[in-house]
Design a protein around this ligand. Structure first.
Ligand SMILES: NC(=O)C1=CN([C@@H]2O[C@H](COP(=O)(O)OP(=O)(O)OC[C@H]3O[C@@H](n4cnc5c(N)ncnc54)[C@H](O)[C@@H]3O)[C@@H](O)[C@H]2O)C=CC1
Ligand SMILES: O=C(O)C(=O)COP(=O)(O)O
Length: 645
């Protein structure tokens, strides 16, 4: 038992659930948090996110759970909510001392974040304030694998290989991998996705550093700075040997016109170069705005005097600079690579340097880092740096903060704006979509509970009615989560939703219907075919069909089968079909009232007067079996179902 008497302590405690509030069964709730009343928050974007709300005692005693068993499922809980709870509790935020026993509990309950490569101090500080930080540089692959099962997050740069073995060794604990930089070619994204581990990167903070390094390499290569410096240090004075080439008026081909590529282009134009670029995915107007012409791959490589590489390493770009490509280039071309070593076939480059097609190369990145006995590095026409593109003080501080924020956000269950293997959701879009995300999950949970028998759920159709073009990945993932979680022990998140659905043979097809609406999504309808239903009235054309909308910022059920209803999707729901006659609301409401079950919403939908009607009743508590039986025995009630949302 631990005394809790300040907001700070409460915040610390809530960090245990460390922003992952456990979604407990009723019994578990009672066991673990016997001193708390649990309620389900309606403010959360995660529908079934449990919140701890206590009675307003000033000196509250919290029986800490023996830190939540791994097997329990976690849901996000944000500090903002904790502050609201603190407010409810009337806890003062001035008491700062945390009792020693609480402290020791907290240390074991905070998430553990492993940083495996050097990271800027500001980022480390942020991580330290949030979790247990372990900085272990130069771990061997085996050491990393043996450590990773105790870590919730891993932060790497380009030097750590986060392969499938790492995810396997994590045994499900690793929730997020943060790449403190841009290139994620050292992370096995497929394995991360399969294991439901989010991968985030820091895509912007080192752009300028990389671009400046590219320009530095271009200029120093053109003027033989590195070679001349080495020669002077060897006591020589070789003015005629190191005559360079001018940059002004030369054609520079930028291969990959993304963030770094376009910054290199800007700077090269300032040097008076003629800049062209090849990037199949870059918008022409961005290039035009910088005064750069987008050209085909062949045109770029055949016309350039200098070629600067800025594309990611992908299966499509791997060794794209090979014997064939070099053979097309102008004799005496100069190549700069600040992207990834793997985009060049290094043996082919060596041949091209030896036969004079490539006059010089400036390389910051290599297929294997550090390169072993590399003839390229030793070549007199090669200027080499040890992957220094992102290595400025400014970029490293920036990247560290960028990745620390992304990782902390991810551990708090927030959707990430820099997710690499999950839909990226910019904050403004997210706040707009949040209630729809909840709606999507609730509809999934509701629909799956209506299924009975049949050959299992195989195909689900989702119909979105919206005015705008809609990125449905987030909504689809939440529908999948809602459908799968109640019927399996899989933990579904945005990362693995599609993967798990596929594995379970679940086909989710989507249809968009454009409607005139001011809302981002007018309605979401779910249809499950080839199944029976516990509640026959939910069937329409032999499919279970439910539809929901967001009203006043809250998810509502708007249709069940062919019946229109209007009930908030909060708490639990009883669907009841009865003969449409007076007094039904009173009868059913009375039974619930006798059992102390609070009715939060009620709505009746019918097609024809005095025929059949559907009553949708939102209830705060789960009625016991007797109460449900009594409802079933009301003469006019033809069928009913209780749904746990
Ligand atoms: N040496 C270093 O320390 C650093 C290296 N980098 C590397 O630089 C590269 C670019 O980084 P950013 O500009 O931030 O990324 P970015 O994603 O903004 O730009 C990459 C561009 O490459 C384009 N691209 C993709 N496939 C292509 C293809 N087949 N041909 C031509 N273009 C293609 C994309 O459309 C995109 O516009 C990455 O490989 C990154 O890892 C980035 C920062 C530091
Ligand atoms: O951001 C990138 O892609 C980089 O290549 C930087 O790598 P680094 O973080 O310096 O190991």
């Amino acid at each position: 038992m631990v005394s809790l008497n300040s907001t700070n302590e409460l915040i610390e405690i809530m960090k245990y659930p460390c922003s992952f509030a456990p979604r407990f069964s009723k019994e578990t709730k009672q066991n673990y948090y016997s001193n708390f009343t649990m309620i389900t928050s309606s403010s959360s974007s995660s529908s079934s996110c449990s919140r701890l709300i206590t009675q307003p005692h000033t000196n509250y005693t919290l029986k800490l759970p023996k830190l939540c068993p791994q097997s329990l499922k976690y849901k996000p809980l944000t500090i903002t909510n904790v502050l609201k709870i603190a407010d409810t509790l009337n806890l003062s935020s001035t008491t700062t001392t945390t009792s020693p026993d609480l402290q020791s509990l907290l240390n074991t309950s905070k998430p553990t974040i492993l940083v495996s490569e050097k990271l800027g101090d500001a980022g480390l500080e942020l991580l330290r304030s949030f979790g247990n930080l372990e900085c272990c540089y130069n771990l061997s692959p085996d050491e990393l694998c043996s450590k990773i099962s105790t870590c919730d997050a891993l932060i790497v740069r380009s030097g750590t290989k986060v392969n499938r073995q790492v995810f396997e060794a994590a045994k499900g604990r690793l929730k997020v991998v943060g790449r403190a930089g841009v290139g994620i070619d050292n992370v096995d994204l497929q394995a991360a996705t399969e294991f439901g581990c989010l991968v985030v990167n820091a895509p912007t903070a080192n752009t300028i550093a990389a671009a400046e390094h590219g320009i530095a390499l271009l200029a120093s290569m053109a003027r033989n700075i590195a070679q001349a410096d080495a020669s002077m240090k060897a006591g020589k004075w070789q003015r005629s040997k190191y005559v360079g080439v001018s940059m002004v008026g030369k054609t520079l081909a930028i291969m990959g016109f993304g963030k770094v590529g376009s910054e290199v282009a800007r700077r090269a134009k300032g040097l008076g170069m003629h800049v062209i670029a090849h990037d199949p995915y870059a918008p022409a107007d961005r290039a035009r705005a910088i005064g750069v012409e987008l050209v085909s791959f062949d045109e770029a490589v055949t016309t350039a005097d200098f070629v600067s590489l800025h594309m990611p390493l992908t299966p499509a770009t791997s060794k794209v600079f090979n014997d064939t490509t070099f053979a097309k280039m102008k004799k005496g071309v100069r190549i700069i690579n600040v992207a990834r070593g793997g985009v060049i076939d290094e043996d082919a480059l060596l041949r091209a340097l030896d036969n004079g097609i490539v006059a010089q190369a400036a390389l910051d990145v290599f297929c294997e880092e550090p390169p072993k006995d590399s003839k390229l590095v030793q070549h007199e026409n090669v200027t080499a740096t040890p992957h220094l593109g992102a290595s400025t003080k400014e970029a490293q501080e920036g990247v560290a903060v960028e990745i620390a924020e992304a990782v902390v956000g991810a551990l708090q269950g927030e959707l990430s704006a820099t997710a690499v293997n999950a839909p990226m959701v910019p904050p403004e879009v997210l706040s707009e979509l949040a209630p729809y995300v909840t709606l999507a999950e609730k509809l999934g949970r509701l629909a799956v509970q209506l299924v009975s028998g049949g050959s299992g759920i195989k195909s689900i159709k989702v119909v979105y009615r919206s005015a705008e073009d809609l990125d449905t990945r987030l909504l689809r993932a939440m529908i999948t989560k809602g459908i799968i979680e109640p019927i399996s022990d899989s933990i579904i998140n945005l990362v693995n939703a599609d993967f798990v659905a596929k594995q379970k043979g679940l086909v989710i097809s989507e249809e968009r219907v454009f409607v005139d609406s001011t809302l981002p999504v007018d309605s979401i309808q779910l249809r499950i075919s080839n199944v029976g239903s516990k509640f026959e009235s939910a069937l329409e054309n032999d499919e279970i069909s439910v539809e929901g909308r967001v009203k006043y910022g809250k998810p509502h059920l708007s249709r069940v089968g062919s019946f229109e209803v209007d009930v908030s999707l909060e708490g639990n729901l009883i669907l009841c079909r009865q003969v449409d006659q007076p007094g039904m609301i009173g009868k059913v409401g009375g039974i619930l009232g006798e059992s102390n079950v609070n009715v939060s919403f009620m709505s009746v939908g019918r097609k024809v007067r005095r025929k059949k009607a559907i009553m949708a009743i939102g209830v705060d508590e789960e009625p016991d079996k007797d109460t449900l039986n009594k409802i079933g025995h009301v003469p006019a009630v033809e069928e009913f179902v209780f749904l746990d949302l």
